[in-house]
Design a protein around this ligand. Structure first.
Ligand code: NAD
Length: 296
């Protein structure tokens, strides 16, 4: 966002697989950028390639920034960063500043955080993303934003440094709800695609033929196009999105369905499949490694 043509000071917390390319794009657009992460290596990675300034504490970051972006693992970490006993960020933000949670967080927690920040005169919106590391690097992420339209409009220029599509989804938390639902669909599509690959291969069809048919036919989805050959058949398993984070997103979608009383047929089996895979392979495994559980 800009005030009188001045680019506002931006804070970015969580310089991980996604945060690094996203924050790098913000710095490249000339925003004064302050970064914070509990990992020294993460801070080194961004400061060595951009003009970003690493801050030692959340207090320093809060005092220096007018907009703060969070790109953290989950809602628990988001709450700790904002309201942590020792030095939560919220206590150090000035009135009129904005916090944007771009993590894939739990919408019910997001809806609790909003009013708490509002009391301190701080605006809060959720703006999670889809597209993975590849689209974070080229700035073509899909962003789904929930919360006050006027606040979203205020930070639109900043968001547009990271994403090509910005869809306003409605009330606070609706972006996080949509993110979980998107990944529910994505996880189901990947597992179905892996199963087709496994069954077809066991039947004796070459993997490249299986994928070619799916992509020329009605079974095509994002995983058949962008994951099966690239990460599964190649055995590279390095898409940059962990299995644990995907399981978290499916859990959020399942909780959401419970809270709305909506009926789902796949929900339970999908969550159990990914939770079992997390136990067997570990949360740090790449999410495309879900294919491996079909071999056991
Ligand atoms: P990551 O684990 O690579 O990065 C998380 C970063 O947060 C790490 O650098 C970690 O050190 C930092 N962190 C953890 N606790 C912290 C704390 N208390 N204070 C400051 N920093 C802390 O994860 P990621 O893959 O970059 O994902 C980040 C978020 O984006 C998650 O919510 C994830 O679900 C979502 N997401 C990921 C992808 C993807 O393809 N990787 C795509 C879309 C959305």
């Amino acid at each position: 966002m800009t005030i009188e043509n001045r680019k506002e000071a931006v804070g970015f917390i969580g310089i991980g697989k996604m945060g690094l390319p996203m924050a790098s794009r913000i710095a490249a657009q000339g925003y004064p950028l302050h970064v914070y992460d509990i990992s020294e290596a993460a801070l080194k990675a961004i400061c060595s390639r951009t003009t970003a300034r690493a801050q030692k504490t959340l207090k320093d970051l809060g005092r220096n920034c007018e907009v703060v972006i969070l790109m953290l693992p989950d809602s628990e970490v988001v709450k700790r960063v904002l309201f942590g006993e020792k030095e939560g960020l919220a206590a150090h933000l000035s009135r009129g500043s904005v916090v944007i949670d771009m993590s894939s967080s739990n919408p019910s927690v997001t809806r609790e955080i909003g009013p708490q920040l509002k009391e301190a005169g701080v605006d809060f919106i959720d703006a999670p993303v889809s597209g993975g590391v590849k689209r974070a690097i080229d700035g073509s992420l899909a962003i789904m934003a929930g919360g006050d339209s006027a606040v979203i409009a205020r930070v639109k220029p900043l968001l547009s440094t990271m994403g090509q599509t910005l869809i306003e989804t409605g009330m606070l938390g609706s972006g996080h709800a949509m993110k979980a639902l998107n990944n529910y669909v994505s996880a189901a599509g990947l597992l179905a695609a892996c199963e087709a690959l496994k069954v077809g291969s066991d039947f004796g069809i070459a993997p490249d033929k299986i994928i070619a048919v799916l992509n020329a036919s009605t079974g095509k989805n994002n995983s058949t196009e962008n994951k099966l050959m690239q990460f599964v058949v190649s055995k590279r398993f390095n898409s940059g999105f962990s299995l644990g984070l995907m399981r978290k997103d499916i859990s959020i979608a399942a909780d959401l369905a419970k809270s709305t009383g909506s009926r789902t047929l796949l929900g339970e089996v999908l969550l159990k499949s990914w939770a079992d895979a997390e136990v067997k392979l570990g949360g740090a495994a790449d999410h495309t490694e879900i294919f491996r559980i079909l071999d056991r």
